[in-house]
Design a protein around this ligand. Structure first.
Ligand code: PMP
Length: 379
């Protein structure tokens, strides 16, 4: 009883945070290796950018280092810089410690206890996991043909559960499949939803997309539609360990989210790094070109070995192993290659992040070894 009373006295961000500690089977916790072992493995399991930030970003962090002993400091104008990039005002931006915090805060703001979030499965799980932690719930719909998100089915589910639904989650492109939702499908979803149900559109992999049918949904924010766009500096900008992401949304949705965000969550180095990263458009173009080339090379090779790969628009892809994925993940691990995790219900598909050319070489060598061991053993 005393514990409950103490919890309820905490400000919202703190009490929610306390409930969302990583579970013992959290994949990030599971793959936390000692530093000496960490450097030796090919890390193809978290869709990170293997190249790291460019010199301009490192320089910005070096400059900001003189502020690390302060609480108050110049922050480089990070919010204004993000707002300018998207042609919106600072009132349309909410910074997060990674976009994970944005996803959690969207849950906290729009899903009271026992409300539901509607989305597909598999997708990036944070929104559903956090919902469970705050006694809300998820309606998880299966993917449609070609692993696409089925918009009519989503609309139907929302209509059927309308009084309980607090949020719709659309990961575009989707993680773990790498498949986009086309701009006309996003419009169909937004136009078809009952008034006032916010749609959280997670564009973590926006920068890798080539598909001409895809478009960012940020322009819906300036139209005042009920959308929250989540972006991250963890992928194209290579700052996953620094923790920086943000939401772009109409001001009244930002105001509903803001009370739930941590008050000292984004650190000074992340802010200055973010400002510099926004200017690095040339470097980011190069990262995209290199990653897309390596993805195509690897997936072509897998296809030529007779394995089906889901066409991806991101810095990762899924290959159908035609056998349970967990045992294969373990065998990669034995060969110092970290790949995937199970994404129910696609339990025979392996998700592989695109790393450096050297890492992809190690992946292919291990893949051939693991799969041909099975073939020659007749399993
Ligand atoms: N959304 C998606 C779709 C992701 O794949 C990830 C991380 N893998 C995130 C959000 C969270 O990223 P971060 O918290 O590092 O910004």
């Amino acid at each position: 009883m005393a514990a409950i009373a103490t919890m309820s006295e905490l400000p919202p961000a703190l009490s929610l945070r306390a409930q969302s500690r990583p579970a013992p089977d959290d994949p990030i916790e599971r793959s936390r290796l000692p530093a000496d072992q960490y450097d030796a493995v090919a890390k193809l399991c978290f869709n990170e950018n293997p190249f790291g930030p460019p010199p301009s970003v490192v320089e910005a962090m070096t400059h900001a280092f003189k502020y690390v002993n302060r609480y108050g400091y110049p922050d480089g104008g990070i919010v204004q810089a993000i707002a300018a990039q998207h042609g919106v005002g600072p009132e349309n931006i909410l910074l997060g410690a990674g976009s994970t915090e944005i996803l959690e805060v969207a849950d906290a703001a729009f899903l009271g206890a026992h409300k539901k979030v509607v989305g597909v499965e598999p997708t990036f799980g944070t929104v559903y996991e956090y919902a469970t932690g705050i006694d809300a719930d998820a309606i998880r719909l299966p993917l449609g043909a070609d692993y696409r998100q089925d918009i009519p089915a989503m609309l139907e589910a929302v209509r059927r559960h309308q009084k309980d639904v607090g949020l719709v989650y659309l990961c575009n492109p989707n993680n773990p499949t790498g498949v986009t939702v086309h701009r006309d499908e996003v419009k169909q979803l937004l136009d078809g939803l009952p008034e006032g149900i916010p749609v959280l559109i997670d564009e973590a992999y926006h920068h890798f997309v080539e598909d001409p049918g895809y478009a960012t949904s940020v322009p819906y924010v300036t139209q005042g539609r009920s959308v929250v766009i989540a972006r991250t500096f963890s992928k194209i900008a290579a700052l996953a360990g620094l923790r920086l992401g943000y939401a772009v949304a109409p001001a009244q949705l930002i105001s509903r989210m803001r009370p739930h965000i941590g008050s000292t969550h984004v650190n000074v180095l992340a802010k200055w790094a973010g400002v510099a990263a926004l200017k690095d458009t040339e470097g980011q173009k190069q990262v995209k070109t290199t990653i897309v080339e390596l993805r195509k090379k690897t997936t072509t090779e897998l296809t030529s070995l007779g394995y089906k790969v889901i066409p991806s628009e991101t810095n990762f892809f899924m290959v159908d192993l035609r056998q349970p994925v967990m045992q294969v993940i373990r065998q990669f691990r034995e060969r110092n290659v970290l790949v995937g995790r199970p994404f129910p219900p696609m339990l025979q598909h392996l998700r592989v992040s695109v790393g450096t050319a050297e890492e992809m070489g190690r992946f292919m060598a291990a893949f051939k070894e693991i799969m041909s061991v099975k073939t020659s053993a007749g399993r």
